[in-house]
Design a protein around this ligand. Structure first.
Ligand code: G6P
Length: 353
């Protein structure tokens, strides 16, 4: 039954709407009142390491970028994120005592299996974070954590991404001084997503009006840059609109040449520190003909901003910021008449290198 579309036209829309429930489910699986259910030996192994390496592909790699920030901010331990297919054959100089986190929705991605073969033969400690706890990568790693997103059918990953980040947050928190209430903050995130999903008419109107051009850009700074990369991947994979995610300050150093009349540029702004800088970057592209669209939080909003989300804990903003970008992709592809759940050339799980 979990694999049926219910009242939704597409699995992707169903899965987007399941996200608040997925977060609540993760809370119930990992928190026992206020105790966190994580293997003490896993925690010890990460605590003993000098550096964490996150390996992943596609959307899971983008979750890794968010995970890097969560882990670094909460544990003070350096974290590197590597594309699995690169790490498999071109490795960085590893720290003296590395710990590896492999993130994979399916747990079967060949690029990651190639990494794991190398890691195991060198006896490095590994953790797989996955939606399929019986998968190859989960079985072959030293440790495995389940993200409990339920089956994800649409090729474009949405709820698994949210779930990966939530589990990374719980892991990072368990490794930290725990000076805030993560359980409460995650439940606020679930509520914020629910509030947003309750009324998306304005977003749908925006998409119908502007998302039919050849190109689009997402811009953001800091953690919003990570979300911009994921948002761009999501839009291009199902709408076939060529989309790039850019560090907001970097667009002007070359790629701004691609901005034409009507090119949508969506700015993601979830942090006070960069609010004005990113707005000024958006202004630059607007004066070159771009359609500026702002996605931001209640506390940072200005008059005329397009999409406003409820504030959440500053470390958890990527969980809410990504949701409108998922829906932008969905409605863009819907308007253009493409096969949303099974985009051309793509597979849900890629088992060849
Ligand atoms: C494929 C899918 C992507 C996914 C990537 C990694 O390319 O089309 O949506 O992000 O594989 O998959 P994984 O199962 O390892 O997370």
């Amino acid at each position: 039954a979990a694999a049926e579309k219910g009242n939704y036209d597409h699995f992707m829309l169903k899965e987007i709407n399941e996200q608040p429930g997925v977060i609540r489910n993760i809370i119930s699986k990992y928190f026992n009142n206020y105790e966190i259910n994580l293997n003490p030996s896993l925690i010890k192994s990460i605590n003993n390491s000098s550096r964490i390496y996150i390996l992943a592909a596609g959307t899971s790699m983008h979750a890794g970028l968010v995970g890097k920030r969560l882990l670094e901010q909460l544990t003070n331990k350096p974290v590197e994120v590597h594309i699995a297919s690169e790490f498999a054959y071109y490795r960085p100089i590893l720290d003296t005592n590395p710990f590896f986190i492999l993130i994979s929705q399916s747990g079967e991605t060949a690029d990651l299996r190639a990494c794991l073969t190398y890691l195991r033969s060198n006896k490095y400690k590994t953790l797989t974070i996955t939606n399929v706890i019986t998968s190859t990568l989960a079985r072959e790693a030293d440790y495995a954590l389940e993200i409990y997103a339920g089956p994800e059918i649409a090729v474009a990953s949405t709820k698994a991404y949210i779930a990966q980040i939530s589990v990374l947050a719980i892991l990072a928190y368990e490794l930290s001084a725990k000076d805030f209430d993560l359980k409460l903050e995650l439940s606020k995130v679930a509520q914020a997503i629910e509030n947003f999903l309750a009324d998306t008419e304005n977003l749908q109107a925006l998409v119908s009006k502007y998302f039919k051009k050849e190109h689009a850009f997402y811009i953001g700074r800091g953690i919003d840059y990570a979300t911009a990369l994921e948002a761009a991947l999501k839009l291009k994979e199902i709408s076939y609109i060529h989309t790039e995610g850019f560090a907001a300050g970097e667009l002007k150093h070359g790629t701004i040449a691609l901005i034409e009349d009507g090119t949508p540029v969506i700015a993601l702004i979830s942090d006070e520190t960069i609010n004005l800088n990113t707005r000024s970057n958006l202004h630059e592209v607007k004066s070159r003909g771009a359609i500026p669209i702002i996605v931001t939080l209640e506390s940072l909003k200005q008059k005329g901003d397009d999409i406003i989300l409820d504030d959440v804990h500053p470390l958890l903003t990527p969980l809410v910021m990504v949701v409108p970008t998922q829906l932008i992709s969905y409605y863009a592809a819907l308007n253009l008449g493409f096969d949303i759940d099974k985009p051309r050339n793509l597979a849900k799980s890629v088992t060849v290198e």
